[in-house]
Ligand binder design. Structure first.
Ligand code: NAD
Length: 448
């Protein structure tokens, strides 16, 4: 591995959640001295002990490697962080506010203020969190006012595009880097930090602060729109007997359209897409350009209607009522290869079924603990077999490989009734119907 270069900037990463922990670990793997900072003592203790506090494929191995180099440390102490870092990345959460669809910025403000008030020399603060347009410009004034270093403390924005489930790959080999900067010095600092990726040929776009903020929410808006577009077509299919899976395949072969994110199903969720499009719409309204992104409200509604429509199909499968029906809910995470249940469509459907009187047994290969914390009322079990045993309806809600690869004959031997709802178009219907299953999916015709 690389020898520490005494001239290399020292890096702090403030906020060690999904984004920050990954960033801190990968920066250390790239050869930097890194200090991760969080206010959550439990999280810091886990990371210090060499344990990743969430499920992310490949990240535990990278943490082991980074810890072994002695270049990666964690703290809750902002004095230590301010003294240590030349470049400080801020990766704290920006969830949806509790009383509106705006982004909650109190964690971002607290993190920047905690650092700025302690930094007394030339340094760069780099925001990575997803924020409303204009935040970085506003924070610049705030941090320079708070810092003993005054205007020597500069601010840049470097939005993050990593996907949970592919976080390591996306951090070390991103599609592109975006540097939102206000000075050449800030750009040169970021170029030094990301040199290993730039030398690899990663495309770089250097922008002003506002454009960098906008790239992130625009990208998420586009992806959400593509998903809701095909799900809107699924609604049309449901009214006409057309088949959205064939439609999606036919559309995807048009190279101008492409197949990625054109997957019909239960829709998007997670800690980013839903809250980012809502916050963007809210911010655009504040800026007087609400009309330009009014369609994002439709994107959100289409997405939410898939959840209630799923409940309708499961109720139909159960024979018209959910009361007392035993449903096996396969999956809770918002997508496979993640344990993240923030705004998860799977867990939302499980909850709606429960509220209608179904007895819901949830199994997710990784997300059961997080799901249990979110909805303790549901019944959680530790295996696929336990979940489906005596089930009246099986509902596939998150497309983990374990569910895709399950054998319809083996599953059929466990259930009370061979009825399956495929919320993710993840199964081969012929496979299931050949073994006597009633198969239903969103946007697909049904022949009893
Ligand atoms: P997270 O909730 O997993 O992590 C946030 C962390 O910040 C927590 O550990 C919390 O304890 C810590 N924190 C809060 N206030 C703090 C403070 N004042 N000082 C230090 N630490 C503090 O959230 P996340 O999923 O990692 O998202 C972080 C940001 O990155 C959000 O803006 C999100 O939109 C954006 N983002 C996330 C992803 C993703 O896939 N998760 C991808 C791209 C961008």
């Amino acid at each position: 591995s690389t020898l520490p270069n005494p001239a290399a900037p020292k890096v702090t990463v403030v906020g060690t959640g999904y984004l920050g922990a990954t960033h801190a670990i990968c920066m250390a793997v790239l050869g930097f001295d890194v200090l991760g900072v969080d206010v959550d003592e439990r999280k810091v203790a886990q990371l210090r002990a060499g344990k990743v506090p969430f499920f992310e494929p490949g990240l535990p191995e990278k943490l082991d490697r980074a810890m072994a180099t002695g270049r990666l440390h964690f703290t809750t102490d902002f004095d230590e962080a301010a003294a240590f870092g030349d470049v400080h990345f801020v990766c704290v959460g920006t969830p949806q506010a509790t009383d509106s669809s705006a982004a909650e910025l109190k964690y971002v403000h607290a993190a920047f203020a905690s650092l700025a008030s302690r930094i007394d020399r030339k340094a760069l603060l780099v925001g990575k969190s997803t924020v409303p347009i204009g935040t970085a410009a506003r924070l610049t004034g705030m941090v320079q006012g708070l810092s003993p270093a005054g205007p020597e403390l500069e601010l840049a924005w470097n939005p993050e595009f990593l996907r949970e489930g592919f976080a390591v790959e996306d951090t070390l080999h991103p599609d592109r880097l975006v540097f939102g900067v206000a000075s050449e010095w800030a750009e040169s600092q970021l170029r030094r930090i990301f040199h290993p990726l730039l030398a690899d040929g990663t495309p770089l776009i250097v922008t002003d602060l506002a454009t960098a903020e906008l790239v992130k929410v625009a990208a998420n808006s586009f992806l959400a729109t593509k998903i809701s577009f095909i799900n809107a077509m699924a609604e049309v299919c449901e009214a006409t007997g057309a088949d959205v899976s064939l439609l999606a395949r036919a559309l995807s072969l048009d190279t101008r359209i492409g197949g990625r994110f054109l997957k019909p199903g239960l829709g998007f969720g997670g800690g980013c897409l839903p809250k980012d499009i809502r916050a963007f719409k809210h911010r655009a309204e504040e800026l007087g350009v609400g009309q330009a992104v009014r369609f994002l409200g439709e994107v959100d509604s289409i997405n939410n209607r898939r959840r209630t429509r799923s409940v309708d199909l499961i109720r139909e499968l159960a024979g018209g009522t959910l009361s007392g029906v035993k449903v096996a809910a396969l999956g809770a995470a918002f997508k496979p290869n993640s344990d993240d249940v923030r705004d998860a469509p799977a867990l939302d459907v499980a909850r709606l079924l429960y509220l209608e009187g179904a007895s819901v047994t949830v199994y997710d290969p990784e997300a059961n603990p997080n799901a249990h914390r979110t909805y303790p009322d549901l019944d959680y079990v530790g295996s696929l077999a336990e979940a489906v045993r005596h089930a009246d309806v099986v509902a596939l809600l998150t497309e983990w490989d374990e569910f895709r690869e399950a054998d319809p004959q083996d599953l059929g031997a466990l259930v009370a009734h061979r009825r399956i709802f495929d919320g993710r178009h993840a199964l081969n219907p012929d496979h299931y119907t050949a073994h006597g299953w009633e198969y239903r999916a969103l946007g697909r015709p049904y022949q009893p």
